[in-house]
Design a protein around this ligand. Sequence first.
Ligand SMILES: NC(=O)c1ccc[n+]([C@@H]2O[C@H](COP(=O)([O-])OP(=O)(O)OC[C@H]3O[C@@H](n4cnc5c(N)ncnc54)[C@H](O)[C@@H]3O)[C@@H](O)[C@H]2O)c1
Ligand SMILES: N[C@H](CO)Cc1c[nH]c[nH+]1
Ligand SMILES: [Zn+2]
Length: 425
Amino acid sequence: MDVRTVADLSPAERRAFFERDAGVEGVREDVREIVERVRAEGDVAVREFAEEFDGVAVGNVDITDDAARAHEELADADDPVLDAVEAAAANVREFHERQRPEDWRDDFGGRELGRRFRPLDRVGVYVPGGAASYPSSALMGVIPAVVAGVDHVAVATPPAEELDPVTLAAIHEAGADAVYQVGGAQAVGALAYGTETVTRVQKVVGPGNKWVTAAKSIVQGDVGIDFLAGPSEVLVLADETADPDLVAADLVAQAEHDPNASVVAVTADADLADAVADAVDAQAGEREREETIRAALDNEASGVLRARSMPEAVLFAEEYAAEHLSIVAEDDEALLDRITNAGSVFLGPYSPVAAGDYATGTNHVLPTNGGAKRYGGLSVDTFLRSSTVQRLDRDALDDLSETVTSLAEAEGLEGHAESVRKRFE
Ligand SMILES: NC(=O)c1ccc[n+]([C@@H]2O[C@H](COP(=O)([O-])OP(=O)(O)OC[C@H]3O[C@@H](n4cnc5c(N)ncnc54)[C@H](O)[C@@H]3O)[C@@H](O)[C@H]2O)c1
Ligand SMILES: N[C@H](CO)Cc1c[nH]c[nH+]1
Ligand SMILES: [Zn+2]
């Protein structure tokens, strides 16, 4: 990989980094057609797209029982991968239990005010599975919904001649109520609008490739979505204390997800930048997914960059607003203090992004394409709605009446003012 200098980037190169779309815009019109066909034709379209895009003749779209069976079979076989699924699930549960908000009421001088939180009734979690299988994403999507208390958690995951038993077991372990074999944009359409088999949900969440991401952006409005969680990204902000091999390993790891993944290292240390670029090239050649990795490294939004100073490197990271931000520097907390835009932050040399991808307990469903400027990642809040509550006694309303009636009259809304005055007639 070539090392580029932040200060020498052309306006077009800066836009490629900061306005990246991971291929989503290029498939938007195709995806619109897929979603419309699923909306109009239901299961027929779901089956046709499974043949076309997944090469699978799908029989029963509902595979809820298969998930339970796969879990049981792995348990009966004492398969150690189930231990890993359970260990990761326990950490994800523990972290998300901490996020459950309490209802509260307080006295604001006669005005009793409060906030209550209630779960959504029906949500759909997309669990990807095209180029790789994603049992970890099943845990990340379903567990927060279950912790929030959602009544019906449905999962959609791509069909396959042989469904991945570990993904099925993870979906079951996480506590999903229904599982459907439908992938890509057609899965998002099916969850958003319902089909003969798939129950329509209130909110569609979860990560996926450019087709899934484009579909979520199209259905939002008709149905809630979490945010756009597209092809993976990492930005490593490093100083001269960083080990170039480890920085490169984290870039290569996220690059192996998808040809549309974006990976960046930015540092003020010229020697480190050169060493990272060399190490990325060397490690990419050692990986089974070399082709995908090289395609991701060639993206306009990927690169190894040299800044003139660490403050300039921090500004680049802020503007990039990465899904994953790794900080490997002597005073990582000082750098973190200057960062607001990042989906999930990894501090120090022993916090590889892969640890959060699978098992620290934090959620790996995170906003991409700069979405971290506006949103946080998936959490228990994603599955809750809140209401505010108020109860006023006579004195409290009397105290407020002048304020309310004055503002109501200023707005020309006499009825509002009268509804208060009448209580004192
Ligand atoms: N941002 C996050 O939080 C996060 C988390 C985990 C994974 N990811 C990303 O999820 C993605 C998973 O991608 P994947 O491809 O392995 O699985 P996927 O499930 O997202 O996509 C597979 C589906 O893509 C559809 N598809 C494939 N080719 C198509 C075409 N030509 N036209 C229309 N539809 C087509 C198929 O329907 C298939 O079922 C990766 O990009 C990964 O980086 C992101
Ligand atoms: N890095 C992905 C989020 O961008 C999550 C993941 C799942 N499996 C491995 N990694
Ligand atoms: Zn990953």
